[in-house]
Design a protein around this ligand. Structure first.
Ligand SMILES: [Zn+2]
Ligand SMILES: [Zn+2]
Ligand SMILES: [Zn+2]
Ligand SMILES: [Zn+2]
Length: 306
């Protein structure tokens, strides 16, 4: 999705809100979309040296095999999804496959205990063979997806790696501190395309938070939305709260919320309206002037719940 025009963002660093002269303008249209290839995703390493574990690797697709494990009359094993694909002939010796289970291997698997596949990322867990997958889907050490919205970035990794990636590859603004005061400017607010977005990363309490600002169409109606995501697990995200405020002409809208973990995709958070939602009419009213330019000042604060 191409950014829909030129939203810019002015970023005064602190709370003092009325100084407009020292702000940098950042053109949304110029935000570089990096090529994901510049940083490789963290690859899972199956970290068992056990030869038995190698036996449980499907020789065709190299995935771990789970019951029913099949074999040909000559003893070559393969996994059940490969069996469906090979038209009843053993991929190793071409013999007709039939329907022979390899119960011995299924039993051996049952007796195995293996480290989590994210052991190299810090997970100390050891699991029975058949429980390992279930754990790995929820393992807190599993890599995070890149939180950058608007491009289909496939980079995954741990938080420090993703922070560096956002900064270096997506050229995201990084801020220290728990308060912010941003100004979002768009010269022609009547041209809202399906999505425009800004991301700023805040470093406070030794954690990283992503502030998203977006313009998108809700049905036919253009809306603006700001929300915060926490770079970490949901349990830790809940330890924080944040507030956002936008206003003008003597009125204001405030939002208080709990940051969502970046485990929740940016779209999921957006589509649940878990943030400050500003309808365009209101946004133009806040902007003042003759409704020809969008000028929203969004202030906010992040704090730690006791
Ligand atoms: Zn297979
Ligand atoms: Zn065979
Ligand atoms: Zn794990
Ligand atoms: Zn990325």
């Amino acid at each position: 999705m191409a950014p829909g025009g030129n939203i810019c963002m002015d970023v005064p660093e602190s709370q003092s809100s009325d100084s407009e002269q020292s702000v940098d303008r950042i053109e949304l249209g110029d935000v570089p979309l990096s090529k994901p290839s510049s940083v490789s995703g963290v690859k899972a390493i199956v970290s068992s040296s056990s030869g038995v574990h190698e036996l449980l690797e499907c020789p065709v697709c190299t995935n771990s095999m789970y019951p029913p494990i099949h074999q040909c009359p000559n003893g070559h094993t393969l996994c059940s999804s490969c069996k469906l694909r090979v038209h009843n002939h053993c991929p190793t010796c071409r013999h007709e496959l039939g329907d022979i289970r390899c119960l011995a291997l299924e039993k051996v698997a049952e007796s195995l205990e293996l480290p989590c596949r994210y052991q190299n990322l810090g997970c100390p867990g050891i699991f029975p063979y058949y429980g390992k997958q279930k754990h790995e889907q929820l393992c807190q050490f599993r890599p995070y997806n890149c939180p950058y919205a608007g491009s289909e970035c496939l980079v995954t990794g741990d938080i420090p790696m993703l922070v560096a990636h956002l900064k270096n590859d997506h050229k995201v603004d990084m801020h220290d501190g728990c308060t912010f005061n941003h100004r979002y400017v768009k010269s022609n607010p009547h041209e809202v395309e399906n999505a425009t977005w800004m991301l700023t990363v805040f470093n406070c309490f030794g954690q990283h938070f992503c502030l998203h600002f977006e313009a998108f169409l809700l049905g036919m109606a253009p809306v603006y939305m700001a929300f915060l995501r926490f770079m970490g697990e949901e349990d830790d995200a809940k330890k924080y709260s944040y507030s956002l405020e936008v206003g003008g002409n003597g009125r204001k809208l405030t939002w208080q919320g709990v940051p969502r973990s970046i485990r929740d995709g940016h779209k999921k958070v957006r589509d649940s309206y878990d943030g400050l939602v500003i309808h365009r009419n209101m946004a133009l009213f806040f902007s003042g002037g003759n409704r020809q330019e969008l000028k929203l000042r969004v202030t906010g604060r992040i704090w730690k719940e006791q």
